[in-house]
Design a protein around this ligand. Structure first.
Ligand code: CMC
Length: 429
């Protein structure tokens, strides 16, 4: 953990000066610690959307949005994407170091042995409408894990809960999909790797096995690595906030899934592909669409563009753009959506509206093109993001609980409603 610097910031208000400590992170990021401000001055800070507020110190993920840098535990995302696997990255995020061969083998074995769902629990899916979106189904299923498994209230049970979550999430995701298309679930197979097993559960039927293409499994593994953590984004902050009440781990993760579903967050990947398909089907022209996205009287946005933190190219989008071409070539899919996406990007990056606002492609801009190419149904895209983000959410939850600064999350507000007034009885209003 970084040391507090010796600096202080001074705030002068109403004739009094307050000295506020400045803390510094390990990459030189500085923050004014305002914890004592209200007690000393009566002032709080106001920052809608938390665009300028640090909620915690964290040693998990580092982002430099200006330079387009993303690192997990100090390792550049590009290196992890090239050399690592999702389970190795999950271990890194959870425990802080790359695993040894023995550690990874044990972790993989533990996860493989917890992929099955209890038969009673499995019936939960039968009660969901067939046309339900798989994201709320996944959120409900993950919350319901807390009805089957004991509270994670000591180190051993916490470890088992973490393993169960990572192991069962692909099964839950595949079962949600199978239910939506009216097929019986396919049980996991222990001789398959994490992503291959998921693809097997998605596509094998009692009538026909599914031969997993290793290239498809590898592309999926890469996508999961790229989504594995992204520091204090909306869903992770939700996980920390809900978890700060000491709610169960399963219920806490379910809240993160709900937050991720929104189209301004993880739900953007589904919206991007729908946007590209609409352009392909109806408008045919990227220029017409971009005009709408720039029009302040139109609610259309260029989905997959813009980011609260990145003010340059999202490094995950750069990796995915390159991956798209290889995957489409390998699986022999249509490149039409990729071509439309690249055309949109080209126009947007030379258009003053996007340039002035520093709007670049984010992770969701190209991920959907790959999901589509490898046969993932469009309404499952955000569920794929959930599978990827899971180790990050858990790592942040684990870190929060050990933090010496740990307190229940409870922001303040500036009240703008009526001042005190007398109640008026019914009939006299
Ligand atoms: N298309 C058109 N205009 C945009 C877009 C966009 N995609 N994104 C931002 N803007 C404009 C926005 O209208 C505003 O303009 P002005 O200053 O004239 O009012 C300016 O850029 C700043 O935008 P903002 O909404 O204040 O920025 P924010 O940091 O609050 O929002 C965002 C970030 C990601 C929600 C937003 O850029 C957006 O809605 N993008 C599209 C949805 C999307 O792709 N979401 C996925 C995010 S990455 C994956 C994840 O982590 O969830």
């Amino acid at each position: 953990m970084a040391d507090a610097s010796q600096d202080t910031a001074q705030l002068t208000y109403d004739g009094k000066t307050y000295n506020l400590p400045v803390v510094e992170g390990s990459e030189g990021e500085r923050a004014i610690d305002i914890r004592t401000l209200r007690a000393e001055s009566g002032l709080i800070t106001l920052d809608p959307g938390f665009g300028n507020s640090g909620s915690c110190r964290s040693a998990i993920t580092y982002i430099d949005g200006e330079k387009g840098i993303l690192r997990y535990r100090g390792y550049p995302i590009e290196e992890l994407a090239s050399h690592s696997t999702f389970l190795e990255v999950a271990w890194l995020l959870l425990y802080g170091e790359l695993p040894s061969e023995a550690e990874l083998a044990t972790f993989t074995d533990e996860i493989t042995r917890h992929t099955m769902l209890h038969e009673d629990y499995r019936r939960l899916f039968d009660f969901m409408p067939k046309n339900a979106h798989p994201m709320p189904v996944a959120a409900a299923a993950v919350a319901a894990l807390s009805t089957f498994y004991r509270e994670a209230d000591n180190e051993d049970r916490i470890h088992r809960a973490v393993v169960r979550l990572l192991a069962k999430m692909p099964t839950i995701a595949a079962y949600a999909y199978k239910h939506s298309i009216g097929q019986p679930p396919t049980y996991p197979k222990n001789d398959l790797g994490y992503c291959s097993n998921f693809l097997h559960m998605m596509y094998a039927t009692p009538c026909e096995p599914y031969a997993v293409d290793p290239v498809v499994a590898k592309a999926l593994d890469l996508l999961l690595i790229l989504h594995a953590d992204h520091e204090q984004n909306c869903s992770t902050s939700t996980v920390r906030l809900v978890g700060s009440s000491l709610s169960s781990l399963f219920a806490t993760i379910a809240s993160g899934i709900s937050a991720l579903w929104g189209p301004l967050h993880g739900g953007a990947n589904q919206k991007v592909i729908e946007m590209l398909e609409r352009i392909a089907d109806e408008e045919g022209s990227a220029d017409v669409f971009l005009k709408k996205a720039k029009d302040k009287d139109d609610t259309t946005r260029l989905m997959g563009f813009g980011h609260r933190v990145y003010k340059s190219y999202d490094p995950r989008a750069a990796i995915l753009k390159e991956t798209c071409k290889g995957v489409i070539e390998r699986v022999g899919g249509s490149s039409q959506l990729l071509e439309i996406a690249m055309r949109l990007e080209e126009i947007a990056l030379s258009d003053s509206y996007f340039v002035e606002r520093k709007l670049y492609p984010n992770v969701d801009f190209y991920s959907g093109v790959i999901y589509k190419a490898i046969g993932i149904p469009v309404n499952m895209f955000t569920v794929m993001f959930t599978m990827g983000r899971l180790p990050g959410w858990i790592a942040q939850w684990l870190e929060m609980r050990k933090d010496s600064d740990f307190r229940i999350g409870r922001p303040r507000q500036v009240y703008t409603g009526s001042a005190k007034r007398a109640y008026v009885p019914l009939g006299k209003r």
